[in-house]
Design a protein around this ligand. Structure first.
Ligand SMILES: NC(=O)c1ccc[n+]([C@@H]2O[C@H](COP(=O)([O-])OP(=O)(O)OC[C@H]3O[C@@H](n4cnc5c(N)ncnc54)[C@H](OP(=O)(O)O)[C@@H]3O)[C@@H](O)[C@H]2O)c1
Length: 269
């Protein structure tokens, strides 16, 4: 498929996990991609992998908690790649803690990366999209934008904010050819999962089977599967889709986690 030929995408969090998979898949389908993240080594490796596969990628390092960087990223995409058609807000961090146990600093950092940065980037992308006659924003939210999980106060709040931003922007720009959707991902095997284990003090050897069992499909998702779903939302195949909370979670939110928990219980019995 070459359906992104001639199009330009900007992917935050492109140095790891979902974002790296999305950047690679976008380039494999003919698009030119600007990817960003703080880790220059990993960013350069993704940039190189895309080039070696025959694609076009530019890595721009930076911290998306900085509003000035977000403005600059949009301008850089246009300056270096000629236009901007797709914005994927994928950078994110997880923080475990009840509200009571969450420090002000941790709260602000989670909100800055998971909610504020997509706002800064989306705000800057809208005039570019309007000038070009359209565009698509894909916000990588979470199943935890749809349901709460005990002990994830800041993370759930940030992803809930991102989903509501998605809905309002979808409505505000529905008649301008600008689509805005949220991908509500469920548990996937990326470095973030191991960061959750670390923060929870759980040995991955014990945590992984549990993380798999509570998902109705009985397995974790893969970054490539999230990338395919994200690119569906970004593509013309989703021309009539806007304001959606598109769950890609192995069935978790279909049963509000209850189905998976029941399946895990019977698997253990
Ligand atoms: N994995 C899951 O199960 C899961 C489930 C639901 C939703 N999600 C969401 O999916 C998105 C991607 O997560 P992932 O699983 O791919 O995790 P990951 O492998 O840890 O990737 C996180 C990405 O965010 C970037 N990032 C974090 N803080 C940043 C900052 N201040 N400035 C710039 N970039 C920053 C990281 O880049 P650098 O380290 O280079 O800065 C990295 O590229 C996140 O929004 C996450 O909340 C993940």
């Amino acid at each position: 498929m070459n359906d992104f030929a001639g199009k330009v995408g900007l992917v935050t969090g492109g140095t790891s996990g979902f974002g790296a998979a999305i950047a690679k898949a976008f380039a494999a389908r003919g698009g030119a991609v600007l990817l960003t993240g703080r880790d220059s080594g990993r960013g350069a490796a993704v940039e190189r992998a895309i080039a070696e596969a025959g694609g076009r990628a530019v890595f721009v390092p930076g911290d998306v908690a900085d509003p000035a960087l977000c403005e600059r990223l949009i301008a850089e995409a246009v300056r270096r790649l000629g236009r901007l058609d797709v914005l994927v807000n994928c950078a994110g961090i997880v923080h475990l803690g009840t509200a009571e146990a969450t420090t002000t600093e941790a709260w602000r950092q989670v909100m800055a990366v998971n909610a504020d940065a997509p706002f800064y980037l989306s705000r800057a992308a809208i005039p570019v999209f309007r000038r070009q006659g359209g565009g698509a924003i894909v916000n990588i939210a979470s199943e935890l934008a749809l349901v709460g999980q005990p002990g994830y106060a800041a993370y759930c709040a940030s992803k809930g904010a991102l989903l509501q931003l998605t809905r309002v922007m979808a409505l505000d720009h529905a008649r301008e050819g600008i689509r805005v959707n949220a991908l509500c991902a469920g548990g996937c095997d990326t470095p973030m999962l191991y960061e959750e284990f670390r923060q929870a003090g759980v040995d991955p050897a014990a945590g992984l089977p549990f993380a798999r069992d509570i998902i109705p499909m009985g397995r974790l998702g893969r970054a490539e599967e999230i990338a395919q779903a994200a690119l569906f939302l970004a593509s013309d195949a989703a021309a009539f889709v806007t304001g959606a909370a598109f769950a890609v979670d192995g069935g978790n939110t279909a049963g509000g986690f209850i189905a998976g928990a029941a399946a895990a219980k019977s698997a253990r019995a």
